[in-house]
Design a protein around this ligand. Structure first.
Ligand code: NAP
Length: 287
């Protein structure tokens, strides 16, 4: 391996230490920051994600409230839970774990969250605010990627960034954040022709597709910074990214591992967003 390893675990740990100090400052100002997590149904992956988020809150001193409901929950019932959380003065952030059971319209549910408590940054107002360069909450995964790039002083201004994946929660906000920092951005999706011609032009290559090892060494420009957002479980139980780490790490100048790269940053940024919301409410920050 010749690339520098971007250690998301270590960077997330230092962000969590900062978060713990900010959480203390909230308590000193009157109350702990509060995050409500709504989990509907019993998707095992969602249960693990939620458990990790609740644990991370406890570790830094954010109060969390877990609301678990069966997968028979109606949309009206879910909207009424969100409405109560929107009005709850002790709740600074509301997170509805996705995916939701089929009878629930995720768009309608996310739009019901007060935009100023939408710590996932998925509400249409927050997506729009990010697009015009005035973000309130930035989606946690791409926000975490920006912190990883900062940690290695990656030159973003004027760089060509290529993002494989164009979802509303990862690929598109990633593009907006890199664009806002002066990158020239190419966004690829499942219809993109000759993907390799795009990826090989990338100074910063971000993979957010959900296909194990789809980015091979011949798709990477020598010296590129490679960020692997993908999380894929193989048949043998191993967790791998979208990037073939073993070969790409000989071509890239810096690379994130999976696990231990972007994943820990996502939860760290959720804590940061929740604290920012609490600080606004407690007047520790200007609105
Ligand atoms: P998603 O909603 O399924 O979106 C996947 C995107 O990849 C879509 O835009 C799709 O294109 C595009 N795509 C599919 N095949 C492609 C191909 N051959 N070439 C180029 N683009 C292609 O997934 P997501 O929620 O964005 O998540 C992506 C990956 O990141 C998953 O592995 C997920 O588990 C992981 N993830 C990780 C974290 C973390 O904390 N590390 C957080 C969130 C997600 P179309 O738009 O044309 O369908």
């Amino acid at each position: 391996m010749t690339a520098t390893l971007i250690d998301g675990l270590a960077i997330a740990k230092s962000l969590r230490l900062q978060a713990a100090e900010r959480a203390q400052a909230c308590v000193a100002k009157g109350r702990a920051a509060g995050l409500a997590v709504v989990l509907v149904g019993n998707n095992p992956a969602s249960q693990v994600y939620v458990r990790n988020k609740i644990k991370a809150c406890a570790e830094v001193g954010i109060t969390s409230r877990l609301i678990e409901k069966p997968d028979t929950l109606s949309e009206i019932e879910l909207l009424s839970i969100i409405d109560a959380l929107n009005r709850d003065p002790e709740i600074d952030g509301i997170l509805v774990q996705l995916p939701l059971p089929k009878q629930l319209d995720a768009h309608r549910v996310i739009e019901a969250i007060a935009a100023d408590k939408d710590v996932d940054g998925f509400h249409v107002s927050n997506a729009g605010a990010l697009m015009i360069g005035r973000p309130l909450f930035q989606p946690c995964t791409p926000y975490g990627v920006m912190k990883l790039l900062e940690s290695i002083n990656a030159p973003i201004w004027g760089a060509h960034a290529v993002i494989c994946g164009a979802s509303n929660i990862v690929g598109k906000p990633m593009a907006m954040m890199l664009l806002a920092r002066g990158a020239t951005v190419t966004v690829c999706n499942s219809k993109t022709q000759r993907l390799q011609e795009h990826t090989r032009r990338a100074d910063i290559l971000v993979a957010a597709v959900g296909r194990p090892h789809m980015i091979s060494a011949d798709m990477v420009k020598p010296g590129a910074i490679v960020i692997d957002i993908g999380i894929n479980r193989l048949a043998d139980g191993r967790l791998v990214g979208d990037v073939d780490f073993a070969s790409v790490s000989h071509v890239a100048s810096a690379i994130t591992p999976v696990p231990g790269g972007v994943g820990p940053m996502t939860i760290a940024m959720l804590l940061i967003n929740t604290l920012e919301s609490a600080e606004r409410r407690l007047h520790l920050l200007q609105p």
